[in-house]
Design a protein around this ligand. Structure first.
Ligand code: ARG
Length: 461
């Protein structure tokens, strides 16, 4: 078989066009799924009376031999094969003879490629869930160890109010949980079978689409054959969900990068995940979070690429759709590698510095809200209390002191309703402990959240 196309063609392709057209260089990634899909298709053809039992059995043996050859590294299609679908068909014919030519009955590469891609993505989504869970568990381990470790909480990257470090880290656990839920949701639309839609219109061959769908563990079949071969919404949605995973990893990366700076020194990077400088001997660089932050660009780019690829396409299949694969493959490998690296970073690449964190929360005005809340409890309207405390903070800054340095007499000048118990309420631990509103950072609530996550994710590592 020189080419898989019909006799209508007389001349060979220009070699440059042959290369330009071919997808085998990357869609070889879909080999396992192409074989799985073809085996299911061949069994269905048998059950519909389109192949004998013996023919289907021989086709399956041939396809399984290709799987073995690929494991052994001897299945090596080249650009002449154009794509994975032709490469498998050609090899099958070489192995079992002209019987292999019956396999393509009642299907087209258009529904075939859509089937392969969905099967492949479904597997990757399931693996990604494990990567996401490992990352959550790594966060949970640090959270467990740091319920009573305080860290300044920021808004506008200005010290706002102290929080439990566990509370801060559990915020990421929540984000990742949403990512997992989003992937489950995307998976439900990935898991619909286009197989049997054929080129676009269905087929006159009496096939059974539900049989192949069931054999390949799809939840359903596409109701409309034109939609089946032209839909790439699932790919766009997946890369959208993947982009949000990268956003979450990147936000943590950014925090780790400045936490590790001399100026913050909230974390120390261990030698396991940090690198040195070729020039400056004192340097220890946070390459892992920097790379993760940088890799967001390629994933967001793939999202843009896919949206642009589909936006002007008339129905149904167009060759433009061949461009979906590299975007999906690279998105999956980037997100998996980033999740793995960030998990390792948490597992063995960084240590929080409790002494630095403790002195950070002692040395600022992040308990100012608590004075205002104290005055509110004494019956002063919040906005008034807020103004009063603002004045106190201003004077403290002028005098180079903190709120806790004021004595009771000085506080009483601010408001006679202030008693000696205010002092105790301004201690950072007390400030955190008092944030008891649902979802707040009070230690009691954080511990409840930890046990909730332990029951969901299992005991900490
Ligand atoms: N290599 C093609 C792709 O990735 C397979 C489908 C080709 N179909 C076609 N009618 N040329 O989209």
């Amino acid at each position: 078989m020189s080419s898989a196309w019909s006799n209508r063609f007389e001349q060979g392709l220009n070699p440059a066009i042959e290369c330009f057209n071919a997808s085998i260089g990357f869609d070889i990634t879909l080999l396992q799924e192409d074989l799985d899909g073809s085996i299911a298709h061949s069994k269905m053809l048998r059950d519909c009376g389109l192949l004998t039992a013996q023919e289907a059995a021989q086709i399956e043996i041939g396809l399984e031999q290709i799987r073995t050859e690929s494991a052994e590294g001897t299945f090596q299609p080249d650009v002449k094969d154009e794509d994975i679908h032709f490469a498998v068909e050609k090899r099958l014919i070489a192995i079992i003879g002209s019987l292999g030519k019956k396999l393509h009955t009642g299907r087209s590469r258009n529904d075939q490629v859509g089937t392969d891609l969905r099967l492949w993505l479904r597997r990757r989504i399931d693996e990604l869930d494990d990567f996401l869970e490992r990352f959550q568990r790594a966060l949970l381990t640090h959270s467990q160890a740091n319920v009573y470790t305080l860290i300044p909480g920021y808004t506008h990257l200005q010290r706002a109010q102290p929080v439990s470090l566990a509370h801060h880290l559990l915020a990421y656990v929540e984000m990742i949980q949403r990512d997992r839920e989003r992937l489950i949701d995307v998976r439900s639309r990935v898991n619909i079978s286009p197989l049997g839609a054929a080129a676009l219109a269905g087929t006159s061959v009496p096939i059974n689409r539900r049989q192949t769908a069931q054999a390949l563990a799809f939840d359903d079949i596409y109701a409309n054959s034109i939609d089946a071969v032209s839909d790439r919404d699932f790919a766009v949605e997946f890369v959208g969900a993947a982009s949000l995973i990268m956003v979450h990893l990147s936000r943590l990366s950014e925090e780790v990068i400045f936490w590790a700076s001399e100026e913050f020194s909230f974390v120390r990077l261990t030698d396991r995940c940090a690198t040195g400088s070729s020039l400056m001997p004192q340097k220890k660089n946070p390459d892992v979070p920097e790379l993760v932050r940088g890799k967001c660009g390629r994933v967001f780019g793939h999202l843009q690429g896919l949206l642009t690829m589909v936006k002007g396409l008339p129905l149904a299949y167009n060759k433009d759709l061949q461009e979906d694969k590299e975007a999906l493959f690279d998105t999956v490998s980037t997100v998996q590698a980033s999740l793995e690296a960030m998990s390792i970073l948490l597992e063995e690449g960084l240590e929080f510095c409790p002494e630095r964190l403790a002195s950070a929360v002692e040395s600022d005005f992040s308990n100012a809200t608590d004075v205002a809340d104290y005055l509110v409890a004494k019956g002063i309207p919040f906005r008034e209390a807020y103004q009063m405390v603002g004045g106190v903070v201003k004077r403290c800054i002028q005098d180079g002191i903190l709120l806790r340095d004021l004595n009771l007499a000085q506080w009483r000048e601010v408001s006679p309703s202030i008693d000696a118990d205010l002092h105790e309420k301004l201690v950072p631990k007390q400030v955190v402990a008092s944030r008891l509103s649902e979802g707040g950072t009070a230690f009691e609530l954080v511990k409840e959240q930890l046990s909730y996550w332990h029951s969901r994710l299992g005991a900490p590592n």
